[in-house]
Write a protein that binds this ligand. Structure first.
Ligand code: DX5
Ligand code: ZN
Length: 226
C-alpha cells in the first residue's frame, strides 16, 4: 500500500511571494511542492527555472521540490535542478529518446526520477523496464502548459493500468484535480496528488489538502483488500 502525498502546484500561487506560498502549503499539510518548469519549447509557456528554485530552497532548506520538467531537452537541466535543491526530477517521456539513461543521470545526482505521460501518450510508453527503474510515474490529466484547465477523465484508465503493473510505485496525477475530481483518481490507484487552483484558490487550503489526502488513503485501504 502506498501513502497519500499532496503536492500543490505553485503555478497557481502568487509568484511574487513564492517562498511564503510554499511555506503556507507546508503548514497546511502538503508533503511536497510541485514546481512546474516550462521552457517555451516543449510547451508554449515559460514559467521558472533553476535560479528561482534555488531561492525557494534557500528559504526552506527541507522542502521537497517535485520538479515537473515540461522542457524539450530534459537531459540538459539535470545538474542545474540538482544544484538548485530539486528532490524529484520528472521528465516527459515524449521529450527524450533515452529515458533509461536519463533516469541513471537523475539518480547519479541523488534525485528521485519521475516519468510523465501527456494525455495522448499511452501508458505502455512506460515499459516495465522504465517503470521499474523510475521512482514515480506521472499521468497528466490535462495537456501540459497551463494551470486551471478542465480535468480529462479519459486519462484515468492509464492510472489503473500503471497501478496494476507497479503496485508499490508512486503514481501522480496532475491537471484539473481537486475535490470534484479526486475520487476517480484515488480509486484508480493514484497516490501523489498535484492540485494548483483547487488548493491555492480555496478559502481554506488546509481543508482541501486534508480532503485530498483522506480520499487517497481511504481508496488505498479499499484497493489493498481487493
Ligand atoms: C499544467 C501543470 C500543472 C498545473 C496544475 O501544465 O503541469 O501542474 O499547474 O494546475 P491545476 O491544478 O490548476 O490544473
Ligand atoms: Zn505539473
Amino acid at each position: 500500500m502506498v501513502k497519500a502525498i499532496i503536492s500543490p502546484s505553485v503555478l497557481a500561487s502568487d509568484f511574487g511571494q513564492l517562498t511564503a506560498e510554499c511555506q503556507r502549503m507546508i503548514k497546511g499539510g502538503a508533503e511536497w511542492l510541485h514546481m512546474d518548469v516550462m521552457d517555451g519549447h516543449f510547451v508554449p509557456n515559460i514559467t521558472m527555472g533553476a535560479p528561482i528554485l534555488t531561492c525557494v530552497h534557500k528559504g526552506i532548506p527541507d522542502i521537497f521540490m517535485d520538479c515537473h520538467m515540461m522542457v524539450a531537452q530534459p537531459e540538459k537541466w539535470v545538474n542545474d535542478i540538482a544544484d538548485a535543491g530539486g528532490a524529484l526530477y520528472c521528465f516527459h517521456i515524449e521529450a527524450t529518446s533515452d529515458p533509461l539513461s536519463l533516469i541513471t543521470a537523475i539518480h547519479a545526482r541523488n534525485m528521485k526520477a519521475g516519468v510523465a505521460i501527456s494525455p495522448d501518450t499511452p501508458s505502455n510508453a512506460i515499459t516495465d523496464e522504465i517503470g521499474e527503474k523510475a521512482d514515480m510515474l506521472l499521468v497528466m490529466t490535462v495537456y501540459p502548459g497551463r494551470g486551471g484547465q478542465k480535468f480529462l477523465e479519459r486519462c484515468v484508465p492509464k492510472v489503473a493500468e500503471l497501478r496494476s503493473r507497479f503496485p508499490e510505485k508512486d503514481i501522480e496525477v496532475d491537471g484539473g484535480v481537486g475535490p470534484k475530481t479526486i475520487d476517480v483518481c484515488a480509486d484508480a490507484g493514484s497516490n501523489v496528488i498535484v492540485a494548483g487552483t483547487a488548493i491555492f484558490n480555496a478559502p481554506n487550503a488546509e481543508e482541501v489538502i486534508q480532503l485530498l489526502k483522506d480520499t487517497v488513503n481511504t481508496a488505498q485501504v479499499k484497493l489493498a483488500v481487493k
